[in-house]
Design a protein around this ligand. Structure first.
Ligand code: NAI
Ligand code: MG
Length: 362
């Protein structure tokens, strides 16, 4: 290829925020794999800018995101995020200081979490193989139980009081619900399960049910069913094949998606996209897992969640071919049994990364 041809290739600007714990380890693996993919395909370019925002920086400076940081992020096409959380910073400070500060400011209202059993891996569910569990969980990512409304008073007294107010607005439910129906519509089974707890929570989640029923009229080709969240956990375990696309509130989907990841074999494989479906702001892509203090620095963090996350990012950017190639490389590696200990393998982060790169180059 001539140098001029390379110069005209589309370049995507990617902000990289590895942050804490195993975040830097898996993000390094992810960026290495993305670079090898770009080199193999030569059909687009990725321009990475690293941001060292982390709990270490917070302890030094008192802030997670420096002044002007969010504006800086907005100049990118996408954000690749590791994980935030450190043993010596309260989790609500780190999460709100970095991850939620980005998601909420950039209107990333749809959190999308696909789950599948990868070839060669083992679900803890008896007889549940590849193809028996293939879900996409769509999580409301802007309000609900994580709206940040509430307060504490009488601190330290026996009558200390705290409120955590869940906010549900028609505006936010409707835009998310429409995204959920569109996601279901784009998949072969066209099946959407709406999860609430509208028996016990009789205001906000009754509004969810109403909006779901209203929006469903725009999607006559999508079959919708409803579940209460407690019964949903049972259905996920006992009848995984009966589910396809799932839409739920911020808290419910947070919990259900960790369960989904575990049922698919490990939290170490599960990806997340925090999307602004209007595309006014860049979307953020991250593995579901956290900082994993117990394995930080051991070189055994599973990089697959980050690879899958990178594939989701490429698809969102419109690079479908690259996305599919990356996932097929990951699946070939897993089917050959090259896996980290969380999937009962003996490979290191580096072994899995190198194997995926070899597959891409082939
Ligand atoms: P965690 O996901 O960090 O770890 C849970 C368990 O899964 C641990 O045993 C860990 O070793 C294992 N695990 C996680 N990712 C793995 C991987 N890639 N490969 C192999 N094993 C893996 O969740 P935990 O312990 O609840 O949280 C630790 C910290 O991370 C906390 O500070 C928490 O607030 C933060 N966190 C941050 C998130 C984010 O930035 N999006 C999400 C979840 C937690
Ligand atoms: Mg979570």
């Amino acid at each position: 290829m001539s140098p001029t041809a390379v110069d005209t290739l589309k370049t995507y600007k990617i902000a990289v925020v590895p942050a804490d714990g195993i975040g830097p380890e898996v993000i390094e693996a992810g960026v290495t794999v993305l670079n090898s993919l770009v080199g193999a395909l030569r059909s687009f370019k990725l321009d990475f800018t690293n941001y060292d925002w982390s709990s270490e920086k917070y302890k030094e400076t008192g802030v997670y995101i420096p002044e002007g940081g969010l504006e800086e992020l907005k100049k990118h096409d996408a954000i690749l995020f590791g994980s935030v959380g450190a043993p010596d910073v309260p989790d609500h400070i780190s999460l709100w200081g970095l991850r939620l500060a980005i998601c909420q400011s950039l209107q990333q209202y749809a959190n999308v979490r696909p789950t599948r059993v990868l070839p060669g891996t083992q679900s803890p569910l008896r007889g549940c193989g590849t193809g028996d569990l293939d879900w996409v969980i769509v999580r409301e990512n802007s309000e609900g139980e994580y709206a940040g409304q509430g307060g504490r008073s009488h601190i330290g007294c026996a009558w200390e009081t705290a409120t955590e107010v869940a906010i549900f607005t028609r505006h936010a439910i409707e835009r998310l619900m429409r995204f959920g129906f569109e996601t279901a519509q784009s998949r072969p089974r066209k099946l959407l399960t709406v999860v609430t707890k509208s028996n016990a929570q009789r205001n906000g989640l009754v509004l969810w049910d109403k909006v779901a029923s209203d929006v469903s009229k725009e999607f006559p080709d999508v079959k919708m069913d409803k579940m209460l969240v407690d019964a949903m956990t049972v259905r996920m375990v006992q009848h995984p094949k009966s589910l396809d696309t799932i839409v739920a509130t911020n808290l419910h989907a947070d919990i259900l998606s960790d369960l989904a990841a575990a049922l698919a074999g490990s939290i170490g494989i599960a990806p997340t996209s925090n999307l602004d479906p209007t595309r006014e702001n860049p979307s953020m892509f991250e593995p579901i897992h956290g900082s994993a203090f117990d394995i930080t620095g051991k070189g055994i963090a599973n990089p697959v969640a980050t690879f899958w996350t990178a594939a989701e990012m490429l698809a969102w950017l419109g690079e479908q071919e690259a996305s599919s190639l990356l996932m097929s490389a990951v699946e070939k590696v897993s089917s050959r049994g090259i896996m980290t200990p969380d999937l009962a393998g003996t490979a290191t982060t580096k072994d899995v990364t190198e194997a995926v790169i070899k597959e891409i180059e082939n």
